[in-house]
Design a protein around this ligand. Structure first.
Ligand code: SAM
Length: 305
């Protein structure tokens, strides 16, 4: 069975990164199989976007439509409290061990949600693999989202070998452990003791020997970390701006601060950022969040002063 679909052509080396990005954006057309031609992959997408052409793909036989859910490792997270749908999701793939319903939005300083187990094992913990890195996560105890996996790879590509990194809101360590591959040293701080315990486990699991976990408020890091950093990660999108001053104190002139924020327009934080010594700012759309808000990242090059 063949099917016609909008398609993006990418070089093989960028295939996995693009596939992840399309999944994050809800654009991957799951009814068609990705096709290869020489050095290039043709990835089916659900609608016409910039750079797409119309192509023929091998079709994937129709499967029973499942309710909407997000997958993290062996856990499926549903948007509705739907035990029947949960049972169907659990039965659809052997690797799912638990189906959860998020009973709350992210809340509190630790940015966690509360969950109800709808089907499977009574746990909120799972193992998750991202680009060869292994993470143990526990969704009710420490924040984790797979949606920034593309960002972690983008920053890894931007880095020079031997950089010194500070991750101010490191959670269970996904940025810190990913970037440790190229860094000389990574300081990874978080306020949540459960996140730090999981991070230490993940450091061990990934044999990372250059990540320093710090149980600390991000605003105290300038008094704890003895050396300036080449690159700083600020992933606390709802309230990162009160910590900008600490980030500028820790970043060397010419270094980069990646500030993630929830905004309504790309220039929303530019006035605030320009109150600090800045050489250059580039803003990038990361993903949509609600009808009028999106996740943006400001890549800030620190100036002198
Ligand atoms: C959005 S999560 C990001 C976690 C991680 N970077 C990731 O991508 O999975 C934000 C993290 O910041 C931590 N946090 C919140 N306020 C903090 C503060 N004042 N100082 C240090 N960490 C804080 C929370 O515990 C949470 O783990």
């Amino acid at each position: 069975m063949e099917k016609r679909s909008w398609s993006l052509r990418v070089h093989r080396s960028e295939g996995e990164c693009m596939r992840q990005r399309l999944i994050d954006e809800g654009l991957l057309n799951r009814s068609c199989r990705i096709r290869s031609e020489g050095e290039y992959l043709f990835i089916p997408v659900t609608r016409q976007v910039e750079g797409t052409t119309c192509e023929i793909f091998p079709g994937i036989p129709e499967q029973k439509e499942l309710p909407r859910f997000e997958q993290v490792g062996g856990i499926a997270i549903m948007q509705d409290d739907d035990p029947k749908g949960a049972g169907e999701i659990l039965a659809s793939k052997a690797s799912y061990h638990t189906v959860l319903y998020a009973e709350s939005a992210v809340k509190g300083e630790f940015r966690t949600k509360s969950y109800k187990v709808l089907a499977g094992l009574n746990t909120t913990s799972t193992d998750y693999i991202e680009y060869g890195h292994h993470f143990t996560i526990d969704l009710s105890h420490a924040y984790f989202s797979a949606r920034l996996s593309g960002e972690r790879q983008r920053i890894l590509r931007m880095m020079n070998e031997g950089e010194r990194i500070i991750d101010m809101f490191a959670g269970v360590g996904p940025f810190a452990i990913t970037l440790a591959r190229k860094a000389s040293l990574v300081f990874a701080g978080d306020l949540n003791p459960d996140a730090i315990i999981l991070m230490i486990h993940n450091i061990h699991k990934n044999h990372s020997r250059n990540v320093v976990p710090l149980l600390a408020d991000a605003n105290h890091l300038p008094d704890i970390i003895p050396v300036p950093a080449d690159r700083i990660i600020m992933n606390l999108p709802m309230q990162a701006s009160p910590f900008l001053s600490a980030a500028f104190r820790m970043c060397r002139p010419g270094g980069t601060i990646h500030l993630y924020a929830l905004v309504r327009s790309e220039d929303e934080l530019l006035d605030l950022i320009h109150q600090y010594p800045v050489l250059k700012v580039e803003t990038k759309f990361v993903r949509s969040y609600s009808p009028d808000q999106f996740h943006a990242v400001y890549d800030i090059t620190r100036g002198d002063g």
